[in-house]
Design a binder for this molecule. Sequence first.
Ligand code: 5AD
Ligand code: SF4
Length: 457
Amino acid sequence: MAGRRRQGIDPLKKAFVKSYGCQMNAYDAARMADVLGAEGYAATDQVEEADVVVLNTCHIREKAAEKVYSELGRLRVLKGERAEAGRDTRIVVAGCVAQAEGAEILSRAQGVDVVVGPQSYHRLPALLAASREKRVVDTDFPVEDKFDHLPARRNRGVTGFLTVQEGCDKFCAFCVVPYTRGAEVSRSVAAIRAEAEAMVAAGVREITLIGQNVNAYHGAGADGAPASLAGLMAELGRIPDLLRLRYTTSHPNDMAEDLIAAHGSDPLLMPYLHLPVQSGSDRVLKAMNRKHTGDHYRALIARIRAARPDIALSSDFIVGFPGETEAEFEETMRLVADIGFASAFSFKYSPRPGTPAAEREDAVPEAVKSERLARLQGLLDAQRHAFNAATVGKVVEVLVEKAGRHPGQVAGKTPHLQAVQFDAPLAAIGTLVPVRIVQSGSNSLFGERVADAARAA
Ligand code: 5AD
Ligand code: SF4
């Protein structure tokens, strides 16, 4: 419709991409921006000036899914306003709501032009072109590998996510992921190494390997035999200038021996582990189809701590799973007290259509869920504060990521994934700097650079 554009309007096409939910979605959103970039769309953070708007959606809890529809309502108004000014706007719904609801989105949200699932977004240019004729839905799990069809990634920044595995075969009774993201698939070591090398060449110094079930990774190695996550990390450790590795998110039942050992021996692997447990009650864990008990988890953590005593632990919790009693919730509180977490995410159970737990008729009342969540978060917050306070006075190595809040400051992360602000020139970005922590705030640590005489010598 360029011919109908009024004079004075910026001829450069622009794309606005917004992501909800997990790191997998953040990665996909960045890759969609790359796909659109290769088509001549410049990225914008001003939705009003975007010719293409992509919402990369999350279906994990009801609240996340509902957010999308209210955003689509606002976008429909914006699209109308832009049309009056002679400007076309294409609205794309991507991600897990797209996968789960497909064509239903077209009937619920009139402004939407394209619905595209997480496995087919490499087809975005063709879908956008087709949408000029009629609204399109593509929620296939295509035979071709989307990674083979994505343009080279553009990196901005010192840290980056890299998808190594997608999908989940675990079928926890509450979770939509096995339905929206499909079965577990791992990328090959060679493909991941090539992407990691490109990231490092572009300035990335810390890579977080991501997957819905990342420690179930079993991609093909150089000899064609499946490699483990620990094996993959050892391979990536050979890339010069890569300083740090992390991985997320994991299932307790896939913490293989070699992965536990890597926490003690792999010099790039940071001492931080996000290992969702969901509940401390064996009856609830069984009803959740988690296939582990509270004591399995405790024993596993003991082994991981034996390999890496200073490891910082993080987890996910669900309160108010159908049938959860007060005593069973107390078992979750006890597990948290026993383990001690550096950080955590906790949620009220939210029934998801199509999952086995959604069929249950013994729902916990909303008020009870809220009260339990507040108690659990109180304990987890206290543990997080204690963990951060214990760093005060210590010298930690900070990977500097960006300018800090105030002029003259930079911001980065400790090995334990704590945010730190301290005074240093911007030239420190991308380097490891020893920093003495002097104060622990609510969301950040504050420190000062250690004049490291030994290093200078
Ligand atoms: N209700 C509440 N929380 C959920 N999660 C997954 N599904 C649900 C649900 N139906 C949480 C789990 C998971 C995290 C990503 O989201 O804790 O680990
Ligand atoms: Fe969902 Fe369970 Fe798979 Fe995690 S392991 S993605 S909670 S089904």
